[in-house]
Design a protein around this ligand. Structure first.
Ligand code: ADP
Ligand code: MG
Length: 221
């Protein structure tokens, strides 16, 4: 079996609500191995986005820990190395409206301290089939094209793991199929692991391992 690149142990997360604390994650354990693809399904509000945010270091757990393998630096908590090791793809693309396609991709490299990487950003846009749209602004791109930019952005720092939160949720059936195919192809080509949150049973079945988030815990689906 390949090495562990991302590991979560005993994750707990609650949010304040007017009715008292809302326990969203009760005890989540997860190991993601290099290059594997896994999907997480669960009803709306079950905590899927909360879990991905903890895995990628955009939020921190109340208890438990997340560890990300960062090459020679060994295991690091993802919130201490934002932009490195993990790439995000969101349902609503989350592109910067005032930057064009290649600038959106290059910004991720800049934030990670790797310089502006214009050429690399343009090469990645070509890889995702958008070589003819590199100067387009987000408002001038379709949903599918926007998600292609977001996938290029997620790849630019050569992450070991891509975290995708309902990446086809805003797309029509045909475009969703195209984006899913692209995502699976690029992670395989770049040997990145994929953690895919999806409502689609069909897309979930295209990943190697399927999990269900329910009652604040993960179990095999
Ligand atoms: N920042 C927050 N403050 C309060 N409640 C939150 C916050 N984020 C999420 N929640 C609540 O936690 C639950 C899980 O949310 P989320 O992780 O977005 O679920 P999912 O992605 O599975 O639909 C929901 O009931 C949501 O309302
Ligand atoms: Mg969600």
């Amino acid at each position: 079996m390949s090495e562990i690149v991302l590991q979560a142990k005993g994750l707990k997360k609650s949010f304040k609500s007017p009715a008292g604390p809302l326990a969203v994650l009760r005890r989540v354990d997860l190991e993601v191995r290099a290059g594997e693809s896994l999907s997480i399904r669960g009803s709306s509000g079950s905590g899927k986005t909360t879990l991905l945010q903890l895995l990628g270091g955009l939020d921190i757990p109340d208890a438990g820990e997340v560890r990300l393998q960062l090459g020679s630096r060994g295991f690091v908590a993802p919130h201490r190395c934002l932009g490195q090791g993990v790439g995000f793809v969101f349902q609503n693309y989350q592109l910067m409206a005032e930057l064009n396609a290649w600038e959106n991709v290059a910004l991720a490299a800049e934030i990670a301290g790797r310089g502006r990487s214009e050429k690399e950003a343009q090469e990645l846009l070509t890889l995702v089939g958008l070589g003819h749209r590199i100067h387009h602004m987000p408002a001038q791109l379709s949903g599918g094209e926007s998600q292609r930019v977001a996938i290029a952005r997620a790849l630019i720092n050569q992450p070991a793991v891509i975290l995708a939160d309902e990446p086809t949720g805003n797309l029509d059936e045909t475009t969703g199929q195209e984006i899913m195919k692209l995502l699976l192809e690029v992670v395989a080509q770049r040997q990145a692991a994929l953690v895919l949150v999806t409502h689609s049973k069909e897309f979930a079945e295209r990943t190697q391992r399927r999990l269900l988030l329910s009652g604040g815990v993960l179990s095999p689906a």
